[in-house]
Design a protein around this ligand. Structure first.
Ligand code: SAM
Length: 347
């Protein structure tokens, strides 16, 4: 290997963001009720704010709103940008972890920011994106974090991104949270959950989407049992990004955790047909077919395990009943002294 080649490998090919004091102060000036419901750490909020303040986008998209905390950060960052508008999409009308509240409810605390906001709830991105239209120059994608999740979300919006857009994913290293220190659990339900093997979707996307990668500067955290790596990252797309669809489609052959219901799938495929080459439509058909078979197989495996367990339980009950009736039989009682002698003899 020549010296020149060695030199090029020593370059850092990522942009690292160090939020500046003036940017953080801009965020700190905001009434802090959004922080109380935030699903991001302070460091992640600052990263998002810095990217927005430095790039001054005009057409912003958010997928995954929850209480609306990230919507507030985005709206605040564009409040002085003339003509800027945020379009926020969430599949759920009610807040996903508290059905008494509406998705995005915290934005009501900031009426002065709401004039630049359009809210779309109750559907997936492909059901709203044509209404929102193209030339999106900033997107925050923060939905389920397991496959196919954000992979499909991204494919739905890719045709609508401007050539040099910034796409930010949250929870890009969620699989490293608390693991290997503690068993992982879902913070909302408290149920134990194996994030380390399936919460990988946004990490995969950061690696697969063509463009310049933007990460949190201090990306290796202290060894404190929280998250090992920066958990938010961005990609600056280019005129090449839309020519690299296979890298993303290819991720869809990995194991899925949830499936798209058949009735949604039909309209999703009709939508994608308008924007993607027939090769990819056939590829997607094959993906759905494969994943359906995987889900059916897993279901049958679970059924089998359930039946095996039931059979074992029945056998144990049958044997217990036989032992009980044997012990209650006359011959068992008559031979009791013999068993006692045998026991004493063995001592
Ligand atoms: C992690 S929360 C978003 C948190 C929010 N970005 C914040 O930082 O405050 C995920 C949200 O995504 C929504 N969601 C899940 N899958 C979705 C999808 N495919 N399209 C749109 N919204 C989705 C859920 O209803 C939930 O409100």
């Amino acid at each position: 290997m020549g010296v020149m080649e060695k030199m090029s490998m020593s370059n850092i090919d990522v942009e690292m963001i160090v939020p500046q004091d003036v940017e953080n102060e801009y965020l700190d000036d905001l009434n802090d009720s959004y922080e109380t419901v935030s699903e991001m750490t302070e460091e992640e909020r600052q990263f998002l704010n810095s990217l927005l303040r430095r790039n001054k986008p005009k057409k912003l998209l958010e997928i995954g709103i929850a209480s609306g905390s990230s919507s507030v950060i985005m709206l605040n960052a564009i409040k002085d940008i003339e003509g800027a508008m945020l379009y926020s999409i969430d599949r759920s009308v009610e807040l996903y972890h508290d059905k008494q509240k509406a998705t995005g409810y915290i934005v009501d605390n900031y009426p002065e920011l709401k004039t630049k906001w359009k809210l779309y709830v109750g559907g997936l991105s492909f059901e709203f994106i044509e209404d929102i239209g193209g030339e999106i120059d900033f997107a925050l994608i923060d939905t389920v974090h397991f496959n196919p999740g954000e992979i499909l979300d991204f494919l739905m919006i890719l045709p609508f991104l401007s050539e040099a857009a910034l796409v930010v994913f949250h929870d890009t290293n969620l699989h490293t949270i608390r693991y290997p220190y503690f068993p992982q659990e879902n913070p909302l339900s408290g149920r134990s959950i194996d994030l380390s093997s399936y919460c990988i979707t946004n990490n995969l996307l950061i690696s697969s989407i063509h463009g310049e990668k933007i990460i949190v500067n201090d990306f290796i955290k202290n060894d404190n049992g929280k998250i090992f790596f920066g958990n938010i990252a961005g990609i600056r797309t280019s005129n090449e990004t839309k020519n690299h669809v296979f890298e993303i489609m290819n991720l869809l052959t990995l194991k899925w955790k949830s499936n798209i219901p058949l009735e949604k799938r039909k309209s999703l495929m009709a939508f994608l047909k308008k924007y993607y080459n027939n090769f990819y439509i056939e590829y997607l058909d094959k993906v759905f077919n494969y994943q359906d078979k995987c889900f059916a197989f897993e279901k049958s495996q679970k059924e089998k395990e359930k039946n095996n367990l039931l059979e074992c339980k029945n056998s144990v009950e049958l044997l217990s009943a036989e032992i009980k009736s044997l012990k209650e039989s006359k011959s068992w009682k008559i031979t009791a002294p013999l068993r006692l002698v045998k026991k004493l003899w063995k001592r």
